[in-house]
Design a protein around this ligand. Structure first.
Ligand code: IMP
Ligand code: MG
Length: 180
């Protein structure tokens, strides 16, 4: 089995790039059906969702805008700090149908904070597309509308997701190896 070492931790392959791409195309189709005539604004949450967002958006072919927002919640650890720093706020969301593109919804704190901040601009609607969903770890009620994969409460890296800012560049998704 393919394994990688990132800093001092061992990770094993969990979802390979072919499976990711297949699933991302299916999610793109779901979103397209709902938003084809809604001129949505896709909001890429930096940095973790960059690979997901580009693959997803290239699979859709209708009028839309793309903006970005930055949200940081993890320090250098594997647990959420509970505090979210939001930067690089989007503009002109009034009356728009917003789709937030996230890498992972874990405790739910980050996505809840982002939605609170965006709501100040009075968009018409806000929905969430996330590549990964760790529903077992929620500390706050938060639902994603479009989900790539439901995963257990274990730490993952790759395809945009990091461990202490490393591993984002991997094209597959890896999960923490229990037998370190
Ligand atoms: P939440 O606020 O706990 O929902 O965490 C959301 C953010 O934490 C995500 O956007 C990721 O940046 C990060 N995160 C949560 N779980 C993982 C993981 O397993 N690997 C890498 N990053 C994660
Ligand atoms: Mg992160």
């Amino acid at each position: 089995m393919k394994k990688v070492k990132i800093k001092n931790k061992l990770f094993k392959i969990y979802i390979d790039n072919n499976r990711i791409k297949t699933r991302v195309s299916q999610v793109a189709n779901e979103i397209e059906k709902e938003y084809i005539d809604k001129n949505p604004v896709f909001l890429i949450v930096l940095t973790g969702s960059i690979f997901f967002a580009t693959d997803l958006l290239k699979d859709m072919d209708f009028d839309c805008n793309i903006q970005m927002i930055s949200a940081k919640s993890y320090g250098n650890e594997m647990e959420s700090s509970g505090k979210v720093k939001i930067d690089h706020l989007p503009v002109d969301l009034y009356g728009r149908n917003v789709v937030i593109i996230e890498d992972i919804v874990d405790t739910g704190i980050t996505i809840t904070r982002i939605i609170q901040v965006l709501n100040k601009q009075n968009p018409k609607s806000i929905k969430v597309a996330t590549l990964l969903n760790k529903s077992a770890n929620r500390v706050i009620k938060a639902d994603a509308d479009f989900i790539g994969f439901d995963i257990p409460d274990k730490f993952v890296v790759g395809y945009g997701l990091d461990y202490a800012e490393y591993g984002r560049n991997l094209k597959d998704i890896y999960i923490l190896d229990e037998n370190q």
